[in-house]
Design a protein around this ligand. Structure first.
Ligand code: MG
Length: 457
C-alpha cells in the first residue's frame, strides 16, 4: 500500500487543508478500532483548531466503542505520561508540535506512552483506507470523561527524578519561553515548585503564536536571550509548541543548540551512572561522543526520528537518549522527549555544581556545524547515497540512515535522504568552521553530480 497517513511524527497538515474534521473523525474511529474499543487518553495543544479536532477525535473513538479519558490542554510529554500512569490502552494527542499556527496533527501513543511504531500505523492506515472502522450500535458506544488536574500529578512525578533540596537551596532565577504554547502549563509551575523564581516571555497560551515562531531554533530566541540578561536570571529555557523540546540560554544571554545541552545532561548522567548506554540519531554531533568517551558511556546510533530513539531505548533498557534539536529522553521518567523534565535536569545540574550555565557549557568541547541540501529525485536517493558511501575515504562509516563518515581529525559528514521531500541533506561538523565548510562544499558537489547523473536530469 503506498497511501500513507502518518509521517515521521504522526499525522500533520493545514487545518481544513490536508487535515479536516471529517478526516479526524475517521482516523480516530480507525484508531479506536485498532485498539478494539479500549480505554484511550485524549489531549490537545493550544492551537485554535485543537478543540474542534479534539471533539472529532473523541467522537470517532467513542463510535468505535472506546472509553475516552480527556485531560484537555496538555504538552505531548504530559499526555504520554498520563497514558501510562492511568494504565490506559493508548492515547491520542492533537498537536502539530513546532509547525506554524495553521497546522495541526494527530499523534498516537501506546499504553507505554511511546508513539506507536510504524507497523501499528500501517494497521491503522489499512482500517482507514479500506473504511473498515467499527461503527457502534446505539447500545455499545463509548463515553468521554474529563480528567481534571493532571498537571499536579505529572509535576509531582517529575520532581521524583531530581534533587529538590539542592534546587530549593540554590533558589535559581529562570526565564521560560513556551512560545505561547502548552509548555506554559507545566514548566513554570514545575520550576516554581522547586523553589525557582520564574519569569516568562510568550507565557500566555495563544493558538496564534503571536510571540514567536513555535520552533525553538536559535534565531527565534532573541526575546528570551534579552529577558535572561534583563532579569539577571541564571538561565532561560525555550520550548516548541507542544513542550517536548527544550533549548537553553545561559546567564550571559547566549543560546546554546540542543546537542550542547544534551551533552551537559549526558555528562552528569554518566558521571553518576558510568557504563550506561546513550541512544542518539546519527545527526548528533561529536560532542555527544566525546562526553561518552570521557565518562565511559556507550553510544548507540539510530535513524533520525524521535519515535525511533524511544523504541531503541525500550529495546536496550537505556536510560538516556537525546537529539540535537533539544529533545532529551530521560527514561527513569519515560523514554520520550520531555521539555519540562529537561528544564528540571539542567536546573539540577546548575544547583548541584554551583556553576553558571555559561561555565558548564564552556567546559564542553566546541565544534562547528554547516548544513546544506541538494535536490534529488526520490527514486535516485538510494543510488546516490550508495555512491557516496563507496567514494568517501573515512576512518569509520555508519550507514543506518544515509552515510555518516568520521575522519581522523575529529570531523564528520552526514549525507542522508529526506523522508518527506525530494532532497538529500548534508551536514558536516569539524573543530574549525573552515573545515566544516570545505567538507560540505566537497560533498555537496559530489552528491549533486551523482544526483544529476543517477536521477536522469
Ligand atoms: Mg514537539
Amino acid at each position: 500500500m503506498d497511501r500513507r497517513l502518518f509521517g515521521t511524527n504522526g499525522i500533520r497538515g493545514v487545518y481544513n487543508g490536508e487535515l479536516t474534521v471529517e478526516m479526524a473523525f475517521k482516523v480516530a474511529a480507525s484508531i479506536g478500532s485498532f485498539y478494539s474499543g479500549g480505554r484511550m487518553l485524549l489531549a490537545r495543544d493550544g492551537r485554535l483548531s485543537s478543540p474542534i479536532l479534539s471533539h472529532a477525535v473523541a467522537a470517532g473513538l467513542m463510535d468505535a466503542g472506546c472509553t475516552v479519558y480527556d485531560i484537555g490542554l496538555s504538552t505531548t510529554p504530559m499526555a504520554q505520561y498520563a497514558t501510562k500512569a492511568l494504565g490506559l490502552d493508548g492515547g491520542v494527542m492533537i498537536t502539530a508540535s513546532h509547525n506554524p499556527p495553521q497546522y495541526n496533527g494527530i499523534k498516537v501513543m501506546g499504553g507505554n506512552g511511546v508513539e506507536i511504531p510504524r507497523e501499528d500505523e500501517i494497521a491503522i492506515e489499512e482500517i482507514y483506507f479500506n473504511s473498515r472502522w467499527r461503527r457502534g450500535s446505539w447500545r455499545n458506544l463509548g463515553v468521554r470523561m474529563e480528567v481534571d488536574g493532571f498537571v499536579e500529578e505529572y509535576v509531582t512525578a517529575l520532581e521524583g527524578h531530581v534533587n529538590p533540596e539542592a534546587l530549593r537551596d540554590a533558589g535559581l532565577k529562570v526565564v521560560v519561553d513556551p512560545a505561547n504554547g502548552v509548555g506554559s502549563l507545566t514548566t513554570p509551575y514545575a520550576l516554581r515548585r522547586m523553589g525557582c523564581a520564574v519569569y516568562t516571555v510568550n507565557g500566555n497560551l495563544d493558538g496564534t503564536f503571536p510571540g514567536r515562531d513555535p520552533e525553538p531554533v536559535l534565531e527565534n530566541l532573541h526575546g528570551l536571550c534579552a529577558a535572561v540578561t534583563a532579569f539577571k536570571a541564571d538561565f532561560g529555557v525555550a520550548h516548541d509548541g507542544d513542550g517536548d523540546r527544550a533549548i537553553f540560554v545561559d546567564e550571559k544571554g547566549v543560546a546554546h543548540w540542543g546537542d550542547r545541552s544534551f551533552a551537559l545532561v549526558e555528562r552528569y548522567f554518566l558521571a553518576r551512572n558510568p557504563g550506561e548506554t546513550i541512544v542518539t540519531p546519527v545527526s548528533s554531533g561529536r560532542i555527544v561522543e566525546d562526553v561518552a568517551e570521557e565518562y565511559g558511556g556507550r553510544i548507540v546510533w539510530t535513524k533520525v526520528g524521535s519515535t525511533i530513539v524511544s523504541w531503541k531505548m525500550l529495546e536496550l533498557d537505556a536510560k538516556l537518549g537525546g537529539e540535537e534539536n533539544g529533545g532529551v529522553f530521560y527514561a527513569p521518567h519515560l523514554p520520550v522527549r520531555d521539555g519540562t523534565m529537561t528544564a528540571l535536569l539542567i536546573a539540577e545540574i546548575i544547583a548541584e555544581t554551583g556553576r553558571g550555565l555559561s561555565q558548564l557549557m564552556g567546559e564542553l568541547p566546541k565544534y562547528y556545524t554547516v548544513k546544506t541540501k541538494i535536490p534529488c529525485p526520490d527514486e535516485a536517493k538510494e543510488a546516490v547515497i550508495g555512491e557516496m558511501a563507496s567514494i568517501v575515504k573515512a576512518s569509520r562509516l555508519e550507514t543506518i540512515d544515509g552515510v555518516k563518515a568520521w575522519f581522523e581529525d575529529g570531523s564528520w559528514i552526514l549525507i542522508r535522504p529526506s523522508g518527506t521531500e525530494p532532497i538529500i541533506r548534508i551536514f558536516a561538523e569539524a573543530p574549525t568552521m573552515e573545515k566544516a565548510r570545505s567538507l560540505v562544499d566537497e560533498y555537496r558537489d559530489k552528491a549533486l553530480s551523482a544526483a544529476k547523473r543517477l536521477g536522469g536530469s
